[in-house]
Design a protein around this ligand. Structure first.
Ligand code: AHR
Length: 492
């Protein structure tokens, strides 16, 4: 057992943890939408207008705050008008990015907005810049948000929706440095300004416009975009995105469940790189936007392995173990601690794709270890992040893998601490001094298991949250964290 000191200072506020940091991403990719979230109205799987009810319930339970759609790379070849109106008449297309399958457009704007209403989350629409037009995106915004008489609002009403929807988050393209058009940052910035100019705020609906930001450590992209998006004495964007996947080697990704200790630690080292990435991109942003008005939107993050054997390589279906749970715990603690700049984050992806929080097969649904991390961390949503420091040990020399990861927040007089012990072998005992907050009671929920442990359709509860113990005495908290575990510690 290793002992670690921790200090939390409730008087030292870091910033507001936007609930959107706990956001998700759903793409027309593999079985994320079709045969995942959306099974169609005639399915024997219980559904509301084709949307699985067990998925809605699972998403509501973790208070899923925002859902990004329809892509990803798919967004830049999506033409929204093909996804409205009578389903049998909707145009079909080829999903060129993901397996070349036929997309029948039966899940479109109305279905997505209904999903968000059922879950109680904000929609985040990614617009088509790569192969679309300014007019097309401008009309989509009009279709969704204009209340009065207009061609697009009338069309929406014809399709059965009288009232406009509220739409806050609008992405102007996706990965326009790659699948979204292979643009240079200089060119994209000009295109962005043109698109953004014609996406209007109707009837008090205020769009939060997100420009395509860098791929991982492309600092030049951030520099150029920041330089060019301040124009006419005002910012043209509210946020810029950052995409970063925990992939140590793109040519040899390995499998979700088959890995050794070295693979485990290498993956965690890659995940920890998120911290320096955010710091360096934020340093660039600070020079142009010292008041922190522009959000860094980490709208794609997570693990990415080789697909499960026997599944379509274009569908990106992977299992999810306690190793993924550790990646999620490390990442979410990093986002919390950088909440002064990180205003939203969306794990890729919400269902049956990459680091999914739920997996489905027929009428069965499995909540993955990553799902349970989102459950453990949910009380940080809309809290005030406070100073939280921990003594630490680097688990592999030179690799940057701190054994303990943590963050703390305050909300409604309650302190939430999330801490994980990523060691594969060693238990940790944490003794934490809490300054500026007096709590009377402590309760702990814990997720733990062997790094390879995961949930299957046969054993869906193999990895699940359990109650745990801690001691709170004279402002000192003592808690033991088993190897490969994450805890939510609540003090009230
Ligand atoms: O999430 C899978 C893909 O990864 C997305 O479509 C794309 O934006 C990224 O490259």
């Amino acid at each position: 057992m290793k002992n670690f000191k921790m200090v939390i200072n409730a008087c030292d506020k870091i910033g507001h943890i936007n609930r959107e940091i706990y956001g998700h991403f759903s793409e027309h990719l593999g079985r994320c939408i079709y045969n995942g979230i959306y099974v169609g109205e005639n399915s024997p799987v219980p559904n509301i207008h084709g949307i699985r009810t067990d998925i809605v319930e699972a998403f509501r339970n973790i208070r899923l705050p925002v859902l990004r759609w329809p892509g990803g790379c798919f967004a830049d070849e999506y033409h929204w008008k093909n996804g409205i109106g009578e389903k049998s008449k909707r145009a079909k297309m080829v999903n060129t990015n993901w397996g070349g399958v036929t997309e029948d457009n039966s899940f479109g704007t109305h279905e997505f907005m209904e999903l968000c209403e059922l879950v109680g989350c904000e929609p985040y629409i990614s617009g088509n810049v790569g192969s679309g037009t300014v007019r097309e995106l401008s009309e989509w915004v009009e279709y969704m948000t204009f209340e009065g008489v207009s061609p697009m609002a009338d069309l929406r009403r014809e399709n059965g929706r009288e009232k406009p929807w509220k739409l806050k988050y609008l992405g102007i393209g996706n990965e326009n440095w790659g699948c979204g058009g292979n643009m240079s940052p200089e060119y994209y910035a000009e295109v962005y300004r043109q698109y953004a100019s014609f996406c209007k705020n109707y009837n008090g609906n205020q769009l939060y416009k997100i420009a395509c930001g860098p791929n991982s450590s492309d600092y030049d992209w951030t520099e150029t975009i920041m330089k060019r998006l301040f124009h006419d004495h005002r910012w043209q964007a509210n946020g810029i995105s950052l995409h970063f996947y925990s992939i140590p080697d793109w040519n040899n990704k390995g499998f979700a469940v088959e890995f050794d200790d070295e693979d485990y630690y290498t993956l965690l080292a890659t995940t920890n790189f998120t911290e320096s990435l955010i710091t360096r991109h934020a340093e660039i942003m600070n020079r142009y936007d010292p008041d922190g008005n522009i959000g860094l939107i980490v709208d794609e993050w997570g693990t990415w392995y080789d697909v499960e054997k026997g599944t379509n390589p274009g569908f990106l279906y992977q299992q999810n173990t306690m190793r993924d749970a550790m990646v999620a715990a490390v990442s979410l603690n990093i986002f919390n601690r950088h909440c002064d700049r990180v205003k939203m984050a969306n794990i890729a992806q919400v269902c049956n794709v990459l680091q999914a929080i739920v997996l489905t097969e027929g009428d069965k649904l499995v909540k993955t270890p990553t799902y349970h991390i989102f459950d453990l961390f949910k009380n940080h949503q809309d809290g005030e992040c406070v100073y939280c420091w921990s003594e630490n040990e680097d688990l592999c020399e030179g690799k940057n893998i701190p054994m303990i990861t943590s963050s703390a927040s305050l909300k409604d007089g309650v302190m939430t601490i999330t801490a994980a012990n990523v060691s594969l072998k060693e238990e940790a005992e944490i003794s934490c001094d809490i300054v500026g907050f007096e709590g009377k009671e402590v309760s702990v929920r814990l997720l733990t298991g062997d790094a390879h442990d995961h949930n299957t359709f046969e054993a869906p509860e193999a990895v699940t949250i359990k109650p745990h113990t801690a001691e709170l005495k004279d402002g000192k908290l003592t808690v033991k964290l088993p190897a490969t575990s994450a805890a939510e510690i609540t003090i009230r």
